[in-house]
Design a protein around this ligand. Structure first.
Ligand code: GLN
Length: 507
Protein backbone atom coordinates (compact mmCIF):
# COMPACT_ATOMS: atom_id res chain seq x y z
CA UNK A 1 0.00 0.00 0.00
CA UNK A 2 2.97 2.32 0.49
CA UNK A 3 3.30 2.47 -3.31
CA UNK A 4 0.02 4.38 -3.53
CA UNK A 5 0.01 8.15 -3.96
CA UNK A 6 -1.33 10.40 -1.20
CA UNK A 7 -4.25 11.30 -3.43
CA UNK A 8 -5.15 7.60 -3.82
CA UNK A 9 -4.74 6.95 -0.09
CA UNK A 10 -7.06 9.79 0.89
CA UNK A 11 -9.71 8.53 -1.54
CA UNK A 12 -9.24 4.93 -0.34
CA UNK A 13 -9.55 5.82 3.31
CA UNK A 14 -12.60 8.00 2.72
CA UNK A 15 -14.34 5.25 0.71
CA UNK A 16 -13.42 2.58 3.24
CA UNK A 17 -11.28 0.60 0.77
CA UNK A 18 -8.14 1.16 2.85
CA UNK A 19 -7.60 0.49 6.53
CA UNK A 20 -5.52 3.32 7.93
CA UNK A 21 -4.14 1.13 10.71
CA UNK A 22 -2.93 -1.45 8.21
CA UNK A 23 -1.33 1.23 6.06
CA UNK A 24 0.54 2.75 9.00
CA UNK A 25 1.66 -0.69 10.27
CA UNK A 26 3.05 -1.47 6.83
CA UNK A 27 5.16 1.70 6.96
CA UNK A 28 6.78 0.54 10.22
CA UNK A 29 7.34 -2.98 8.87
CA UNK A 30 9.05 -1.48 5.85
CA UNK A 31 11.29 0.74 8.01
CA UNK A 32 12.44 -2.28 10.04
CA UNK A 33 12.98 -4.41 6.94
CA UNK A 34 14.88 -1.75 4.93
CA UNK A 35 17.33 -0.81 7.67
CA UNK A 36 18.50 2.35 5.87
CA UNK A 37 18.85 4.50 9.01
CA UNK A 38 16.35 6.98 7.58
CA UNK A 39 14.62 7.84 10.87
CA UNK A 40 16.04 9.17 14.13
CA UNK A 41 12.84 8.90 16.18
CA UNK A 42 9.72 6.86 15.45
CA UNK A 43 6.26 7.95 16.54
CA UNK A 44 4.84 4.44 16.39
CA UNK A 45 2.38 4.16 19.26
CA UNK A 46 0.93 7.57 18.63
CA UNK A 47 0.65 7.06 14.88
CA UNK A 48 -1.09 3.69 15.25
CA UNK A 49 -3.51 5.12 17.77
CA UNK A 50 -4.36 8.03 15.45
CA UNK A 51 -4.80 5.56 12.58
CA UNK A 52 -7.19 3.40 14.59
CA UNK A 53 -9.14 6.51 15.47
CA UNK A 54 -9.43 7.46 11.78
CA UNK A 55 -10.75 3.96 10.96
CA UNK A 56 -13.22 4.04 13.84
CA UNK A 57 -14.54 7.51 13.08
CA UNK A 58 -14.85 6.66 9.40
CA UNK A 59 -16.91 3.60 10.19
CA UNK A 60 -19.18 5.83 12.22
CA UNK A 61 -19.92 7.74 8.96
CA UNK A 62 -21.64 11.06 8.77
CA UNK A 63 -18.39 12.74 9.83
CA UNK A 64 -18.40 15.64 7.45
CA UNK A 65 -15.34 17.07 9.13
CA UNK A 66 -13.37 13.94 8.25
CA UNK A 67 -14.54 14.04 4.64
CA UNK A 68 -13.04 17.50 4.18
CA UNK A 69 -9.54 16.60 5.33
CA UNK A 70 -7.02 16.84 2.51
CA UNK A 71 -4.48 14.36 3.89
CA UNK A 72 -6.75 12.02 5.83
CA UNK A 73 -4.70 9.06 7.06
CA UNK A 74 -1.63 9.78 4.93
CA UNK A 75 1.65 8.59 6.54
CA UNK A 76 4.19 11.41 6.50
CA UNK A 77 7.87 11.60 7.52
CA UNK A 78 9.15 14.83 9.09
CA UNK A 79 12.71 16.12 8.90
CA UNK A 80 14.17 16.40 12.39
CA UNK A 81 14.80 20.14 11.96
CA UNK A 82 11.05 20.79 12.31
CA UNK A 83 9.58 21.06 15.82
CA UNK A 84 6.99 18.46 16.78
CA UNK A 85 5.16 18.76 20.09
CA UNK A 86 5.83 15.74 22.29
CA UNK A 87 8.24 14.09 19.82
CA UNK A 88 12.00 14.40 20.29
CA UNK A 89 13.51 16.90 17.82
CA UNK A 90 17.31 16.73 17.58
CA UNK A 91 18.33 18.31 14.26
CA UNK A 92 20.62 15.23 14.18
CA UNK A 93 22.85 16.85 16.82
CA UNK A 94 24.04 15.46 20.12
CA UNK A 95 23.45 18.89 21.65
CA UNK A 96 19.69 18.43 21.25
CA UNK A 97 19.58 14.84 22.50
CA UNK A 98 16.43 14.43 24.54
CA UNK A 99 14.90 17.77 23.53
CA UNK A 100 11.12 17.44 23.23
CA UNK A 101 9.49 20.63 21.90
CA UNK A 102 6.49 21.91 23.85
CA UNK A 103 4.87 23.21 20.65
CA UNK A 104 4.29 22.30 17.01
CA UNK A 105 5.77 24.14 14.04
CA UNK A 106 3.05 25.87 12.00
CA UNK A 107 3.44 23.32 9.18
CA UNK A 108 2.90 20.48 11.67
CA UNK A 109 -0.28 22.11 12.98
CA UNK A 110 -1.47 22.33 9.37
CA UNK A 111 -0.67 18.66 8.70
CA UNK A 112 -2.54 17.54 11.80
CA UNK A 113 -5.52 19.71 10.90
CA UNK A 114 -5.69 17.95 7.53
CA UNK A 115 -5.47 14.46 9.02
CA UNK A 116 -1.89 13.43 8.12
CA UNK A 117 -0.20 10.84 10.34
CA UNK A 118 3.36 11.50 11.53
CA UNK A 119 5.42 8.32 11.19
CA UNK A 120 8.59 9.76 12.71
CA UNK A 121 11.45 12.24 12.53
CA UNK A 122 13.96 11.67 9.75
CA UNK A 123 17.73 11.63 9.71
CA UNK A 124 19.61 14.59 8.24
CA UNK A 125 22.95 16.34 8.29
CA UNK A 126 23.58 17.90 11.70
CA UNK A 127 21.75 21.26 11.81
CA UNK A 128 21.15 20.87 8.04
CA UNK A 129 24.85 21.38 7.32
CA UNK A 130 25.79 18.98 4.55
CA UNK A 131 24.93 17.43 1.21
CA UNK A 132 25.04 13.72 2.01
CA UNK A 133 23.33 13.00 5.37
CA UNK A 134 26.69 11.82 6.68
CA UNK A 135 27.30 14.53 9.30
CA UNK A 136 24.43 13.24 11.48
CA UNK A 137 25.24 12.35 15.09
CA UNK A 138 23.04 9.30 14.47
CA UNK A 139 25.16 7.93 11.61
CA UNK A 140 24.75 8.09 7.84
CA UNK A 141 21.57 7.21 5.93
CA UNK A 142 21.86 4.85 2.95
CA UNK A 143 20.49 5.35 -0.55
CA UNK A 144 17.81 2.73 -1.33
CA UNK A 145 18.89 2.57 -4.99
CA UNK A 146 22.38 1.47 -3.96
CA UNK A 147 23.09 1.06 -0.26
CA UNK A 148 26.81 1.80 -0.71
CA UNK A 149 25.89 5.36 -1.75
CA UNK A 150 24.65 8.51 -0.01
CA UNK A 151 21.01 9.59 -0.29
CA UNK A 152 22.00 13.26 -0.67
CA UNK A 153 21.34 15.84 1.99
CA UNK A 154 20.61 17.39 4.17
CA UNK A 155 17.01 16.05 4.07
CA UNK A 156 18.32 12.56 3.20
CA UNK A 157 16.12 10.62 5.62
CA UNK A 158 12.96 12.28 4.27
CA UNK A 159 13.88 11.44 0.66
CA UNK A 160 14.70 7.84 1.57
CA UNK A 161 11.45 7.43 3.51
CA UNK A 162 9.41 8.36 0.42
CA UNK A 163 11.60 6.50 -2.04
CA UNK A 164 11.76 3.26 -0.01
CA UNK A 165 8.08 2.96 0.98
CA UNK A 166 8.51 4.09 4.58
CA UNK A 167 6.08 7.01 4.25
CA UNK A 168 3.99 8.40 1.43
CA UNK A 169 4.92 12.05 1.88
CA UNK A 170 7.74 13.89 3.64
CA UNK A 171 8.72 17.36 4.72
CA UNK A 172 12.26 18.64 4.23
CA UNK A 173 13.93 22.00 4.64
CA UNK A 174 16.13 23.65 2.03
CA UNK A 175 18.77 26.29 2.80
CA UNK A 176 20.99 25.67 -0.20
CA UNK A 177 19.60 22.54 -1.85
CA UNK A 178 18.66 20.25 1.03
CA UNK A 179 15.30 19.24 -0.42
CA UNK A 180 16.28 19.12 -4.09
CA UNK A 181 19.61 17.28 -3.73
CA UNK A 182 18.23 14.22 -1.89
CA UNK A 183 15.13 14.24 -4.11
CA UNK A 184 17.45 14.05 -7.11
CA UNK A 185 19.69 11.32 -5.62
CA UNK A 186 16.71 9.20 -4.49
CA UNK A 187 14.52 9.58 -7.59
CA UNK A 188 11.61 11.51 -6.06
CA UNK A 189 10.09 14.99 -6.40
CA UNK A 190 11.12 17.83 -4.06
CA UNK A 191 10.16 21.49 -4.08
CA UNK A 192 11.82 24.49 -2.44
CA UNK A 193 9.13 27.17 -2.15
CA UNK A 194 9.68 30.87 -2.73
CA UNK A 195 11.30 32.45 0.33
CA UNK A 196 8.38 33.79 2.36
CA UNK A 197 5.69 31.38 1.17
CA UNK A 198 5.79 28.77 3.94
CA UNK A 199 5.97 29.72 7.62
CA UNK A 200 9.31 28.96 9.28
CA UNK A 201 7.81 29.11 12.77
CA UNK A 202 9.12 26.00 14.52
CA UNK A 203 11.90 25.31 12.01
CA UNK A 204 15.24 25.18 13.83
CA UNK A 205 17.21 27.96 12.14
CA UNK A 206 20.44 27.41 10.23
CA UNK A 207 20.60 30.13 7.55
CA UNK A 208 17.32 31.88 8.14
CA UNK A 209 17.47 34.34 5.24
CA UNK A 210 17.82 31.40 2.85
CA UNK A 211 15.68 28.53 4.05
CA UNK A 212 12.19 27.23 3.53
CA UNK A 213 10.31 24.10 4.55
CA UNK A 214 9.04 22.21 1.51
CA UNK A 215 7.24 19.09 0.24
CA UNK A 216 8.81 15.81 -0.94
CA UNK A 217 6.76 13.09 -2.64
CA UNK A 218 6.82 10.39 -5.29
CA UNK A 219 4.66 12.35 -7.74
CA UNK A 220 4.23 16.00 -8.74
CA UNK A 221 0.51 15.99 -7.86
CA UNK A 222 1.28 14.79 -4.32
CA UNK A 223 3.98 17.47 -4.04
CA UNK A 224 1.44 20.13 -5.02
CA UNK A 225 -1.13 18.77 -2.56
CA UNK A 226 1.35 18.87 0.32
CA UNK A 227 2.51 22.37 -0.61
CA UNK A 228 -1.09 23.52 -0.60
CA UNK A 229 -1.57 22.14 2.92
CA UNK A 230 1.57 23.69 4.45
CA UNK A 231 1.24 27.14 2.84
CA UNK A 232 -0.91 28.60 5.56
CA UNK A 233 -0.87 32.21 6.64
CA UNK A 234 0.99 32.65 9.87
CA UNK A 235 1.49 35.84 11.83
CA UNK A 236 4.20 34.18 13.90
CA UNK A 237 6.63 34.36 10.96
CA UNK A 238 7.22 38.01 10.11
CA UNK A 239 9.20 37.11 6.97
CA UNK A 240 6.22 35.36 5.46
CA UNK A 241 4.70 37.26 2.56
CA UNK A 242 0.98 37.53 3.04
CA UNK A 243 -0.68 36.79 -0.28
CA UNK A 244 -4.27 37.23 -1.28
CA UNK A 245 -5.98 33.97 -1.85
CA UNK A 246 -6.86 34.50 -5.47
CA UNK A 247 -8.85 31.29 -5.48
CA UNK A 248 -11.57 33.65 -4.36
CA UNK A 249 -12.81 31.54 -1.45
CA UNK A 250 -11.72 33.98 1.20
CA UNK A 251 -9.35 36.87 1.53
CA UNK A 252 -9.42 37.11 5.31
CA UNK A 253 -6.71 35.78 7.53
CA UNK A 254 -6.87 32.95 10.06
CA UNK A 255 -10.26 31.47 10.52
CA UNK A 256 -10.43 27.82 11.20
CA UNK A 257 -14.05 27.20 10.36
CA UNK A 258 -13.34 26.24 6.76
CA UNK A 259 -10.10 24.45 6.01
CA UNK A 260 -9.64 26.51 2.85
CA UNK A 261 -9.76 29.85 4.51
CA UNK A 262 -6.29 29.94 5.95
CA UNK A 263 -4.56 28.87 2.79
CA UNK A 264 -1.91 31.38 1.90
CA UNK A 265 -1.24 29.97 -1.48
CA UNK A 266 -3.74 29.32 -4.19
CA UNK A 267 -2.30 26.69 -6.54
CA UNK A 268 -4.53 23.75 -5.85
CA UNK A 269 -3.27 20.40 -7.05
CA UNK A 270 -6.68 19.97 -8.62
CA UNK A 271 -5.83 22.68 -11.14
CA UNK A 272 -2.67 20.97 -12.25
CA UNK A 273 -4.00 19.23 -15.31
CA UNK A 274 -6.36 21.97 -16.45
CA UNK A 275 -4.28 23.51 -19.21
CA UNK A 276 -1.32 22.19 -21.10
CA UNK A 277 1.09 24.93 -20.14
CA UNK A 278 3.92 23.54 -22.22
CA UNK A 279 2.54 24.91 -25.45
CA UNK A 280 4.34 28.19 -26.07
CA UNK A 281 6.29 28.04 -22.82
CA UNK A 282 9.64 29.84 -23.02
CA UNK A 283 12.44 27.96 -21.29
CA UNK A 284 15.79 29.51 -20.42
CA UNK A 285 18.75 27.16 -20.12
CA UNK A 286 21.67 28.88 -18.32
CA UNK A 287 24.80 27.22 -19.71
CA UNK A 288 26.87 27.81 -16.57
CA UNK A 289 24.81 25.18 -14.74
CA UNK A 290 26.17 22.48 -17.05
CA UNK A 291 29.84 23.33 -16.65
CA UNK A 292 30.88 20.89 -13.93
CA UNK A 293 28.35 18.23 -14.86
CA UNK A 294 29.02 14.58 -15.57
CA UNK A 295 28.32 13.57 -19.19
CA UNK A 296 25.53 11.22 -18.11
CA UNK A 297 23.65 13.86 -16.13
CA UNK A 298 24.05 16.38 -18.93
CA UNK A 299 22.59 13.90 -21.41
CA UNK A 300 19.55 13.06 -19.26
CA UNK A 301 18.76 16.71 -18.61
CA UNK A 302 19.05 17.69 -22.27
CA UNK A 303 16.83 14.75 -23.21
CA UNK A 304 14.24 16.14 -20.77
CA UNK A 305 14.51 19.64 -22.27
CA UNK A 306 13.87 18.12 -25.71
CA UNK A 307 10.74 16.42 -24.36
CA UNK A 308 9.45 19.91 -23.50
CA UNK A 309 10.46 21.15 -26.95
CA UNK A 310 8.58 18.31 -28.63
CA UNK A 311 5.48 19.36 -26.73
CA UNK A 312 5.44 22.90 -28.02
CA UNK A 313 7.80 24.73 -25.66
CA UNK A 314 10.78 26.70 -26.95
CA UNK A 315 14.15 26.89 -25.28
CA UNK A 316 17.07 29.27 -25.44
CA UNK A 317 20.56 28.90 -24.02
CA UNK A 318 21.45 31.89 -21.86
CA UNK A 319 24.38 32.98 -19.74
CA UNK A 320 24.36 34.07 -16.10
CA UNK A 321 27.77 35.61 -15.48
CA UNK A 322 27.59 36.06 -11.69
CA UNK A 323 26.83 32.42 -10.94
CA UNK A 324 30.51 31.73 -10.46
CA UNK A 325 30.36 33.72 -7.22
CA UNK A 326 27.25 31.95 -5.89
CA UNK A 327 28.97 29.25 -3.85
CA UNK A 328 31.35 31.66 -2.11
CA UNK A 329 28.55 34.11 -1.37
CA UNK A 330 26.21 31.36 -0.14
CA UNK A 331 28.70 29.76 2.21
CA UNK A 332 29.75 33.06 3.78
CA UNK A 333 26.14 34.12 4.36
CA UNK A 334 24.97 30.68 5.57
CA UNK A 335 27.90 30.26 7.97
CA UNK A 336 27.57 33.81 9.31
CA UNK A 337 23.89 33.28 10.05
CA UNK A 338 24.62 29.85 11.54
CA UNK A 339 27.24 31.24 13.91
CA UNK A 340 24.62 33.59 15.30
CA UNK A 341 21.68 31.14 15.26
CA UNK A 342 23.60 28.39 17.02
CA UNK A 343 24.67 30.64 19.90
CA UNK A 344 21.47 29.67 21.72
CA UNK A 345 22.60 26.06 22.18
CA UNK A 346 24.45 26.19 25.45
CA UNK A 347 23.19 23.12 27.28
CA UNK A 348 21.16 25.20 29.71
CA UNK A 349 18.05 25.91 27.74
CA UNK A 350 17.76 22.84 25.49
CA UNK A 351 18.89 19.24 25.29
CA UNK A 352 22.27 17.98 26.42
CA UNK A 353 23.30 18.80 29.99
CA UNK A 354 26.08 17.15 31.92
CA UNK A 355 28.46 17.75 34.82
CA UNK A 356 29.12 20.85 36.88
CA UNK A 357 31.90 23.46 36.57
CA UNK A 358 33.10 26.39 38.63
CA UNK A 359 31.64 29.03 36.25
CA UNK A 360 29.07 29.34 33.44
CA UNK A 361 31.42 29.96 30.55
CA UNK A 362 33.36 26.78 31.31
CA UNK A 363 30.04 24.91 31.27
CA UNK A 364 28.96 26.52 27.96
CA UNK A 365 32.29 25.75 26.31
CA UNK A 366 32.43 22.20 27.53
CA UNK A 367 28.87 21.35 26.52
CA UNK A 368 29.26 23.00 23.10
CA UNK A 369 32.52 21.09 22.58
CA UNK A 370 30.79 17.82 23.46
CA UNK A 371 27.50 18.53 21.76
CA UNK A 372 28.44 19.84 18.30
CA UNK A 373 30.01 17.75 15.54
CA UNK A 374 33.09 18.75 13.52
CA UNK A 375 31.24 20.29 10.55
CA UNK A 376 29.04 22.43 12.79
CA UNK A 377 32.07 23.69 14.73
CA UNK A 378 33.89 24.49 11.50
CA UNK A 379 30.98 26.62 10.32
CA UNK A 380 30.52 28.44 13.63
CA UNK A 381 34.21 29.36 13.57
CA UNK A 382 34.22 30.47 9.92
CA UNK A 383 30.95 32.37 10.34
CA UNK A 384 32.17 34.17 13.45
CA UNK A 385 35.34 35.11 11.57
CA UNK A 386 33.50 36.60 8.59
CA UNK A 387 31.29 38.67 10.90
CA UNK A 388 34.11 39.95 13.09
CA UNK A 389 35.29 43.58 13.06
CA UNK A 390 37.85 44.07 10.33
CA UNK A 391 36.60 41.19 8.19
CA UNK A 392 32.89 42.02 8.05
CA UNK A 393 33.28 44.34 5.06
CA UNK A 394 35.68 42.07 3.28
CA UNK A 395 33.53 38.92 3.56
CA UNK A 396 29.98 39.20 4.86
CA UNK A 397 29.11 42.55 3.30
CA UNK A 398 30.69 41.59 0.02
CA UNK A 399 28.74 38.32 -0.01
CA UNK A 400 25.52 40.30 0.47
CA UNK A 401 26.39 42.51 -2.49
CA UNK A 402 27.02 39.47 -4.66
CA UNK A 403 23.68 38.08 -3.51
CA UNK A 404 21.92 41.21 -4.81
CA UNK A 405 23.63 40.80 -8.19
CA UNK A 406 22.63 37.13 -8.40
CA UNK A 407 19.03 37.92 -7.50
CA UNK A 408 18.93 40.58 -10.22
CA UNK A 409 20.38 38.13 -12.72
CA UNK A 410 17.63 35.58 -11.99
CA UNK A 411 14.97 38.27 -12.23
CA UNK A 412 16.33 39.35 -15.61
CA UNK A 413 16.45 35.79 -16.97
CA UNK A 414 12.91 35.17 -15.73
CA UNK A 415 11.60 38.33 -17.43
CA UNK A 416 12.23 36.91 -20.87
CA UNK A 417 11.63 33.25 -19.96
CA UNK A 418 8.76 31.58 -18.10
CA UNK A 419 10.97 29.04 -16.40
CA UNK A 420 14.63 28.01 -16.25
CA UNK A 421 15.94 24.44 -16.49
CA UNK A 422 19.18 22.80 -15.46
CA UNK A 423 20.43 19.69 -13.64
CA UNK A 424 19.63 19.66 -9.91
CA UNK A 425 22.97 18.05 -9.08
CA UNK A 426 26.07 17.90 -11.29
CA UNK A 427 26.38 14.15 -10.74
CA UNK A 428 24.45 11.15 -9.38
CA UNK A 429 24.67 9.85 -5.79
CA UNK A 430 28.28 9.29 -4.76
CA UNK A 431 29.72 6.60 -2.48
CA UNK A 432 29.34 6.81 1.30
CA UNK A 433 32.60 8.15 2.76
CA UNK A 434 33.86 9.42 -0.62
CA UNK A 435 33.64 13.15 0.07
CA UNK A 436 33.02 13.57 3.78
CA UNK A 437 36.69 13.94 4.67
CA UNK A 438 37.09 16.84 2.24
CA UNK A 439 34.49 19.49 3.16
CA UNK A 440 35.31 21.64 0.12
CA UNK A 441 34.42 18.82 -2.27
CA UNK A 442 31.01 18.60 -0.58
CA UNK A 443 30.46 22.37 -0.76
CA UNK A 444 31.23 22.25 -4.48
CA UNK A 445 28.48 19.67 -5.01
CA UNK A 446 25.94 22.42 -4.21
CA UNK A 447 26.95 24.46 -7.25
CA UNK A 448 23.53 24.19 -8.97
CA UNK A 449 21.28 24.67 -5.97
CA UNK A 450 22.60 27.48 -3.75
CA UNK A 451 22.11 30.38 -6.19
CA UNK A 452 18.36 29.68 -6.16
CA UNK A 453 18.23 30.21 -2.38
CA UNK A 454 20.27 33.41 -2.71
CA UNK A 455 17.67 34.68 -5.20
CA UNK A 456 14.71 33.36 -3.14
CA UNK A 457 12.93 31.94 -6.20
CA UNK A 458 11.01 28.63 -6.19
CA UNK A 459 12.52 25.47 -7.64
CA UNK A 460 11.49 21.86 -8.11
CA UNK A 461 13.55 18.75 -8.74
CA UNK A 462 11.79 16.07 -10.75
CA UNK A 463 13.24 12.69 -11.79
CA UNK A 464 14.43 12.64 -15.42
CA UNK A 465 15.89 9.18 -15.87
CA UNK A 466 18.56 6.85 -14.55
CA UNK A 467 22.23 6.33 -15.29
CA UNK A 468 24.84 3.66 -14.44
CA UNK A 469 22.96 0.65 -15.80
CA UNK A 470 19.64 2.15 -14.84
CA UNK A 471 20.15 2.25 -11.09
CA UNK A 472 20.96 5.82 -10.12
CA UNK A 473 18.37 8.58 -10.59
CA UNK A 474 19.01 12.00 -12.16
CA UNK A 475 17.05 15.13 -11.25
CA UNK A 476 15.86 17.89 -13.57
CA UNK A 477 15.62 21.27 -11.85
CA UNK A 478 12.91 23.73 -12.88
CA UNK A 479 13.08 27.28 -11.51
CA UNK A 480 10.31 29.89 -11.62
CA UNK A 481 9.57 33.51 -10.71
CA UNK A 482 8.87 34.45 -7.09
CA UNK A 483 5.54 32.93 -5.99
CA UNK A 484 4.99 31.15 -9.30
CA UNK A 485 5.03 27.66 -7.79
CA UNK A 486 1.98 26.83 -9.88
CA UNK A 487 3.94 27.29 -13.09
CA UNK A 488 6.87 25.04 -12.17
CA UNK A 489 4.48 22.45 -10.76
CA UNK A 490 2.48 22.42 -13.98
CA UNK A 491 5.62 22.08 -16.10
CA UNK A 492 6.86 19.23 -13.91
CA UNK A 493 3.42 17.60 -13.96
CA UNK A 494 3.24 17.62 -17.77
CA UNK A 495 6.80 16.35 -18.02
CA UNK A 496 6.13 13.52 -15.57
CA UNK A 497 3.19 12.39 -17.71
CA UNK A 498 5.21 12.54 -20.93
CA UNK A 499 8.12 10.68 -19.41
CA UNK A 500 5.92 7.87 -18.15
CA UNK A 501 4.33 7.65 -21.60
CA UNK A 502 7.66 7.57 -23.43
CA UNK A 503 9.04 4.95 -21.02
CA UNK A 504 6.00 2.80 -21.69
CA UNK A 505 6.59 3.15 -25.45
CA UNK A 506 10.15 1.94 -25.19
CA UNK A 507 9.36 -1.04 -22.95
N1 GLN B 1 24.75 21.67 1.44
C1 GLN B 1 24.36 23.00 1.80
C2 GLN B 1 24.96 23.37 3.13
O1 GLN B 1 25.58 22.54 3.73
C3 GLN B 1 22.89 23.15 1.82
C4 GLN B 1 22.26 22.52 2.99
C5 GLN B 1 20.83 22.89 3.16
O2 GLN B 1 20.12 23.24 2.23
N2 GLN B 1 20.38 22.85 4.39
O3 GLN B 1 24.85 24.48 3.56
Amino acid sequence: MLKLTAIEVVAGIKSGAISCEELVSQAYEQIAKNDLNSYITLNKENALETARDVDKRRRGRGEEELERKKLLGVPIAIKDSISTMGIQTTCASNILTGYVPPYDATVIEALKREGAIIIGKTNMDEFCMGTSTETSYYGATKNPHDTTRVPGGSSGGSAVAVSAGEAILALGSDTGGSIRCPASFCGIVGLKPTYGLVSRYGLIAYGNSLEQIGPMAATVADTALLLEVISVKDDRDSTQVKLKNNGGTNTDTDTDTNTNTNTNYCCSWLNLSEINELDGMRIGVPVEFFEGCSREVEKSVWAAIHVFEDSGATYEEISMQNLKYALASYYIIAMSEASSNLARFDGLRYGLRSGTDEDWHTTFSRIRAEGFGAEVKRRIILGTYSLSAGYYGRYYLKALKVRTLIKAEFEKALKTHDILMMPTMPFVAFKLGERIKDPLSLYLADINTVSINLAGVPSISVPCGYVSSDTLPVGLQIVGKHFEEDRILKAAFEYEKLRIKSRKNTL
